[in-house]
Design a protein. Structure first.
Length: 353
């Protein structure tokens, strides 16, 4: 990997590159137009098994189904080198940036989702997080739905003569707390005597986004909130503890909307590094479903031995909404076990009919 490409990807295009461009895809090897793999209910398949060294540069996928919340019923798992534990295990919709099993039009630097409502519950997904590997890359897809579904995909990568020295490995993990364990009655507003009188000097009870050991850097997350409590769901401070430190953390924020680089609520924007990938334009007092994201691409959060990323659910954790999240980070191998994946029934939205 040439150094200019680390600071300016477009400037890196003027330099010759070592390696060979390759692709694994679902194309019809018989020469026809059946350019898809079919997944039966409960079926798990390895869609790519690549010998290293190399680096995955782009992933494109598309699928669709009339099954409600189908993007929560399909799991992605990525394995690097000789690891038996996945370094990525996330429902497909959440991995590509939108939670709740929903589809939406969303675009940022690292990934996007295209959605055409007139075409039904179908979408295209793209990911440009670079994913280097020294020996092997294996990608699994699991259909935990109750219907068969097609999957079309590209896995674009560079085959390299030698691994990039000291390259960190891409990781991603999904969590959910449904509901969060809030202490106030539903409808309790922020900026009131009841909430603001609480002085919170720990992250005990916070919603946990990421906790891992090793050396690396945290590069962001998406957070999906289903507002059951009523009223504004923000004001939760983010807290990021580096290398086993105690209180106070190295990074302490001022509110949910602030961590996601918004202010005075969430705005209907999809920026390069932050935005609202699922914006409830019909909301009344911030009710309903939301997904917000923050990617630390120009400002990765570095850790040498461990990191813990959490956020309050309301001030001092007073709210009891449904929270789920996808964390993205790079680190050394071996990695800590990922958060246990919930059953498909536990991943589905509460209001699923």
């Amino acid at each position: 990997m040439d150094m200019p490409s680390l600071t300016n990807p477009m400037r890196g295009l003027i330099l010759p590159r070592d390696g060979r461009s390759k692709r694994v895809s679902s194309y019809d090897v018989a020469g026809g137009n059946a350019d898809r793999w079919m997944f039966e209910p409960g079926e798990q398949k390895t869609i790519a098994d690549i010998t290293g060294p190399g680096c995955i540069n782009h992933i494109w996928m598309t699928s669709g189904s009339d099954e409600p919340a189908w993007p929560r019923r399909v799991l992605l798992r990525f394995f690097w080198d000789d690891m038996d534990m996945p370094s990525v295990e996330v429902p497909i919709g959440d991995f590509f940036g939108v939670g709740h099993g929903e589809l939406a039009e969303s675009e940022c630097m690292a990934m996007n989702m295209t959605h055409h409502p007139s075409k039904g519950p179908r979408s295209a997904f793209n990911c440009w997080w670079p994913m280097p590997f020294a020996e092997r890359a294996r990608i699994e897809v699991v259909n935990e739905g109750e219907v068969s579904r097609p999957l079309y995909f590209y896995i674009d990568y560079e085959e390299q003569d030698a691994a990039v020295p000291d390259a960190l490995y891409f990781h991603s993990s999904w969590r959910r707390e449904n509901p969060c364990d809030g202490w106030a009655e539903p409808g309790t507003t922020v900026n009131s005597q009841e909430t603001d009188s609480l002085m919170n000097l720990s992250d005990e009870g916070n919603y946990l986004i990421l906790e891992t050991e090793g050396r690396g850097h945290y590069v962001g997350c998406n957070l999906s909130i289903h507002n059951w409590d009523g009223g504004w769901w923000g004001e939760g401070d983010d807290m990021i503890f580096i290398d086993g430190e105690g209180w106070p953390p190295s990074l302490h924020g001022t509110g949910s909307e602030d961590y996601f680089s918004h202010a005075y609520g969430m705005q209907d924007v999809c920026g390069l590094y932050h935005g609202t990938s699922l914006f409830n334009a019909e909301h009344k007092d911030w009710d309903g479903k939301w997904t917000v994201y923050r990617h630390h691409i120009p400002d990765p959060i570095v850790f040498q031995s461990s990191i813990r990323v959490s956020i309050e659910h309301g001030h001092g954790n007073h709210r009891s909404d449904d929270y789920s999240s996808t964390a993205y980070w790079y680190q050394t191998l071996p990695h800590s076990p990922l958060a246990p994946m919930l059953s498909v029934e536990e991943r589905l939205p509460n209001d699923l009919e």
